[in-house]
Design a binder for this molecule. Sequence first.
Ligand code: 5GP
Length: 191
Amino acid sequence: MMAFHPPEAYGELNEGVSRVLFSADEIAIKVGELGQQISADYDGRFPLLVGVLNGVVPFMADLLRAITIPVEVDYLAIASYSAETRERGLVRLEKDLDETIKNRHILFVEDMVDTGLTLNYLLRNLRAREPASIEVCALFSKPRRRLIELPIKYKGFDLPDRFVVGYGLDYRGKYRNLPFVGLLKPEIFQP
Ligand code: 5GP
């Protein structure tokens, strides 16, 4: 396992965090378990893992290496949006997949499912391309915030309704490089 620096080494970034919710070790153990389940379930099906840039990058990198069967990976990018825009189903693709997904087994990999609006839009978009199957793997979920119920087959951790940063999750572009996940201090967070 890659040895990360202790939280104190992240100076200003660590000082923005009021409480660590999941340490780098706890995340690594969970990602290992998810990788094991996915490897067993998808054996012989050569799934395509699909992620949304940029937040999913650390999770995808670790999950890929926790999977022991052959897989492929591809990425989408979406434009930043407001909650209102999302509710109207307007998520703009900035970058589409490189792969054709018709008849493929798709595992959609998400760092965070909050209201579920983004994921709902993206799943509808991908289903229209007639994949053989689509399932969702999400490291974090905020069930109490959900506006649309979505089946998450592989889930890491449930979170309270609080804003978190680290392990790919940013606040205004920062904090993605923290190896742990924690609550952002309220004096820094301005919704
Ligand atoms: P949804 O459409 O499910 O509400 O939006 C999910 C997206 O909102 C995530 O991909 C993430 O970009 C952002 N998000 C939701 N909750 C958090 C959070 O606690 N921290 C961070 N950094 N982003 C969040």
